[in-house]
Design a protein around this ligand. Structure first.
Ligand SMILES: [Fe+2]
Ligand SMILES: [Fe+2]
Length: 270
């Protein structure tokens, strides 16, 4: 085992403290330090213990918000912050900057899609695939597709709607494995409900299967806390494929305009 001399000396209170120790005390301290290190190394090698479905369910009554509340509506820690007002005619970019931010995960997944040469429809779907989590979390594939459907290509909406389902099913050929994150958030003994299984069966034989599948592939590797990403690289794709309404999102009477307004003003009581 390698000893980090600085860390060891610091753990004893610094060089001055070490100088005051006799030989026997130093030897004992070193042994103790190495034992602790060894324990930590063994602990780090243990496989992570994932919760069960029952354990996750038991947490419901320990929280003052539901897990399904959108990110804008629930705070895991402390009070809410005042939101910056939206411009009168908000664009997709405004929502990214003022309501979906930091949007790091979706930006990372779209960045990866662009780097790996995905089609513009898939890259756009990656960019938008989880934005609706600011509004609501259960069935976010369906909600997300509905939010964006009036403005994006059909293939991108299909990919957003069904990435949620395909996330539960590994596809070795496509390079997608069941994520550890799902053992963590659903429980290791979780099985998806029947409607998800039925949707999966439908998708397996669908000519557009690869559209949502490629979103899941780019989804998997988009959780790097140190990644530096921004909206700018996607402005061209958004310009080509996102039909920005001239009245602003929320005010164009589209089937999802109300959802954009709710995102704009989540503090409205009614
Ligand atoms: Fe998702
Ligand atoms: Fe995602």
């Amino acid at each position: 085992m390698e000893i980090d001399r600085r860390a060891f000396i610091a753990s004893l209170g610094g060089a001055a403290a070490v100088n005051l120790m006799d030989h026997e005390a130093k030897a004992e301290a070193l042994e103790h330090y190495m034992e602790e290190k060894l324990d930590a190394m063994v602990a780090a090698q243990q496989p992570e213990k994932f919760p069960t479905v029952a354990e996750i369910e038991a947490q419901i009554e320990t929280k003052n918000f539901r897990r399904g509340a959108g990110g804008l509506f629930a705070s895991g820690r402390g009070n809410m912050q005042k939101l910056p007002p939206m411009p009168a005619k908000p664009t997709l970019k405004d929502f990214f900057e003022l309501r979906f931010n930091p949007a790091n995960h979706v930006l990372q997944s779209a960045t990866r899609a662009m780097k790996t040469g995905m089609s513009e429809e898939v890259t756009l779907a990656c960019l938008l695939h989880d934005c609706v989590l600011s509004l609501i979390k259960p069935d976010h594939g369906w909600w997300g597709a509905q939010l964006f459907e009036p403005y994006i290509p059909e293939k991108s909406a299909f990919a957003i709607r069904y990435h949620q389902t395909l996330r539960f099913y590994a596809d070795d050929d496509a390079g997608y494995e069941y994520p550890d994150q799902y053992y963590r958030i659903f429980g290791h003994d979780y099985t998806p409900p029947a409607y998800i299984e039925q949707t999966y069966k439908m998708l397996k034989n669908h000519k557009w299967y690869m559209e949502p599948r490629l979103v899941t592939v780019n989804d998997l590797y988009a959780f790097d806390p140190n990644a530096k990403v921004s909206f700018e690289p996607f402005e061209d794709i958004v310009g080509r494929h996102f039909k920005q309404p001239k009245e602003g999102l929320g005010f164009d009477n589209s089937p999802s305009a109300h959802m954009w307004r709710t995102l704009s003003r989540p503090d409205q009581p009614l």
